[in-house]
Design a protein around this ligand. Structure first.
Ligand code: SF4
Length: 207
């Protein structure tokens, strides 16, 4: 890839970064600084971050510049998301965040090898590009997006492969929330090992 994969992780194609409230999954409701890195070739039809797919639209930013912004705020945890952030070497970014006593959380499809040290790994596997075994074994959280009926089966397939302490979430795909939420509620009542994740930031109208 270009520029030796952006100087081996010292620069990243930043799409956006902002301090907000985590809206999804296990850490929902907690403040977190989001770093959205551009570039994704997974191609989910319902993707709500399609603008992140093409890295040409993103400016390459030095990770020091990103962490400087984080340090100006009372941030306890950073969520690195995408796009698919694992396309890049994330070790330099993780090291820098850890050096500054900031917790590191990642959201990934698991389709690429994970680099860096993470306090929390949220794996959101996609049917058209299944996760690597190593990601399934270390994920702290499995978050499956429910777009259609086949996603329940996909969720169960992945559940069998994650570690025993992994937290399990089903999350309605936003554009089909009304159509699917009651099916998900019924499913979780019958399969209580699952929890429901809602994108509460969207209900709060915050990023
Ligand atoms: Fe969009 Fe994420 Fe799917 Fe990539 S993996 S296409 S960013 S939903």
């Amino acid at each position: 890839m270009k520029n030796n994969i952006f100087e081996n992780g010292k620069k990243l194609p930043l799409m956006e970064d902002f301090y907000t409230i985590q809206g999804e999954g296990f850490h929902a409701g907690k403040p977190a600084y989001f770093i959205r890195i551009g570039g994704c070739d997974i191609g989910c039809s319902w993707c709500d971050s399609k603008a992140s797919w093409n890295i040409e639209h993103n400016k390459l930013i030095d990770i020091n510049e990103i962490v400087e912004k984080v340090n100006k705020l009372p941030v306890k945890a950073v969520v690195v998301t995408g796009g698919e952030p694992c396309k890049y070497n994330l070790e330099p970014l993780c090291n820098l965040l850890k050096f500054n006593n900031i917790e590191t959380y990642i959201e990934t499809s698991g389709a690429y090898k994970l680099t860096g040290k993470w306090n929390w790994i949220c794996l959101s596997p996609k049917r058209n590009s299944p996760p690597l075994k190593e990601l399934l074994s270390i994920a702290n959280e499995l978050k499956v997006i429910i777009f259609d009926e086949l996603d329940f089966k996909w969720a169960e397939e992945n559940k069998k492969k994650v570690n025993k302490s992994c937290k399990l979430f089903l999350q309605p795909e936003w554009s089909r929330y009304e159509k699917n939420i009651f099916k998900i509620v019924d499913y979780v009542k019958i399969n209580p090992e699952w929890n429901i994740s809602l994108q509460i930031h969207k209900f709060m109208h915050i990023p």
